[in-house]
Ligand binder design. Sequence first.
Ligand code: HEC
Length: 414
Amino acid sequence: MPQLRNLSLFTKTTLATALILVLFFGVMAFWTYQQKRQDMLEEAVTRARLIASETVQTREYLSKHLRLGQVRLSDERYALIPIVASNRVGQLVAQEGGFRLRQISDRFRNPDNAPDGFEKAVLASFAENPYMRESYALTEEDDVPTLRYLQPFRADESCLVCHGRPEDAPDFIRARFSVETDQAYNYSIGEIIGAVSISLPLTRLQNQLQLSLQGDFLYLGGVFLGLILCLGLLIRANVTRPLTALSAAMNRVIRTGHFDERLPGRGDDEIGRVIEGFNQVVERVGDGIRQLEASEHRFRALTDNVRDGMVSFLPDGKVILFNHRAEAIFGYSRSEVLGMDIARLIAPMQETGAETLVRFLEETLESRDGGLLTLKGLRRDLEPLALEVSLSRASSDGHTFFTVMVRPKEGPTD
Ligand code: HEC
């Protein structure tokens, strides 16, 4: 991703921090949500357990006191049958509480108590696991999240009066539920006879969960933004600002060549040390350049005081030194001649160029051992010049260059 690399340091760090924080807060939010959902479910289950317990208690209480009061049940007192009464009381409470309560059985007497698909499956698992005390699940009933909760009833001695052998059942029961068609007789002790089944809509709890999650997200989002903002400001003040100033100063130095640029110091942290280093480098280079300029100045004064013309050039013919006297002899100014081809100053070499001249000078150097040489020069105004020339070769920094000392020859030119 080369585009990413070219983003500013500020953008990159902010992006990276934002990414990490988003991940962190995402995980945290998910975890909080799971936790709250679990809490909500537990609260609902506790409530369902309480409702179921109340139903069972009502039945048992009624059953006990009918027995103690020796109340004889009959068709007229049908509503006092403990299971019937507790079911009815449960339903009345359920109506008020906005939930649903039923007492159901596979082998129901009253078709109103027939189990639905969900209840059937739970009843089957109760029958398989004699130790199961309850069963619940979160489902959707008509798009409403609903807790389904069931607690099994196992037949005991007291139940068998009406659910045991038909011939032992009270007459009014046998009269109402024919032995041939009723399926709720012939239970044995411990057998699953049915269950209390509660459906608890979780709309209110769900709303609470949503509200508290919204609060959490707002809070987390606030913290998140605050953190990003603080980090951004910190990075900006401590890293990107000073770095931008540094790179701008470097650019100015490179562009202008003025080595008097200094940045204000800022403590002894990493960036402070870089800035300090920059200041020192600029100072040293500036000193070096000033020294170089001074030495060049001295050198020029020296060459300008020589009484002969003095011309230095590189093996490719490029003139690199031209003193005062040479200016007078050739009629060129120094600035015109620096970088020019030396061959233009020597009449016979005008056409052949620097290469021939250099070769000629090399050969001469070898054979004549530095003696004087007569050459035909050419002034700027193209007037010919008779010149006495002495030649030397030197090298500096691995570069060879030639220096000719020139003096107009006395007497007539030929
Ligand atoms: C006095 C007789 C009597 C006794 C004792 C009795 N039941 Fe029932 N039971 C009934 C009648 C009658 C019904 C039908 C209720 C109705 O019409 O809704 C019934 C219904 C039920 C139902 C609802 C399913 C269905 O068949 O409609 C369950 C569950 C149940 N009884 C469990 C028990 C248990 C458990 C006990 C013992 C703790 C018990 N009963 C004791 C008479 C009795």
